[in-house]
Design a protein around this ligand. Structure first.
Ligand code: COA
Length: 161
């Protein structure tokens, strides 16, 4: 059974296994593979946001095996951007949707009134399908912070059935 563990500094190697896998980051940021320095900086940035109470980072584990990362970070005062990074062996099995189903109630509990959002490259069908299945609605497209065209998704107020 998959469980979520809050990330801590000791999880760096597990994070790097995901972040240094070019298949995982192909649709994250500008899509170029991450170097170790970029990945370590991203991990530290994420943990710092958690320490400030502005982020929620969890590793999803099935027993000892890391299935992926599920995260949310305050974008500004009223929105929290969420994301899911799964190890490729675990794609296409419903885990992305299920992990968002675990994350969203925690986001709502910790940051009441803050709207969960997500941004998916317009050609990222798996991400869009996962987000819709997890109760997000399309909110138009824009050029994202990495220069790619992205669809903005906003969580519906009610939990999906
Ligand atoms: C995007 C990602 C999280 C999706 O997770 P997943 O567990 O594979 O997705 P799920 O199995 O929960 O599937 C959710 C939906 O996506 C669909 N889907 C899965 N893979 C798909 C694919 N390659 N193409 C189209 N749809 C796909 C499923 O059919 C399902 O739709 P449904 O509910 O209508 O049947 C996963 O592929 C991943 O981690 N990719 C690398 C990191 C990334 O790009 N993250 C997204 C940016 S935050």
């Amino acid at each position: 059974m998959i469980g979520l563990d809050a990330c801590s500094a000791g999880d760096l190697d597990d994070f790097l296994a995901l972040a240094l896998d070019a298949r995982v980051t192909a649709r994250i940021g500008d899509g170029t593979p991450w170097g170790r320095e970029t990945a370590v900086a991203r991990f530290r940035h994420g943990l710092a946001s958690c320490e400030r109470g502005e982020g929620l980072w969890f590793l999803a584990r099935d027993g000892g095996e890391v299935v992926g990362l599920v995260l949310g970070e305050l974008d500004h005062l009223a929105e929290i951007e969420v994301g899911v990074w799964l190890a490729p062996d675990h794609w296409g099995q419903g885990h992305g949707r299920a992990l968002l189903g675990l994350l969203l109630p925690m986001v709502r509990l910790r940051l009441p009134g803050v709207v969960p959002t997500a941004y998916a490259n317009v050609d990222h069908a798996a991400s869009a399908a996962m987000l819709r299945a997890a109760g997000f609605a399309d909110d138009g497209t824009l050029i994202g912070r990495y220069g790619t065209e992205v669809t903005r998704f906003v969580a519906r107020t009610a939990e999906p059935e």
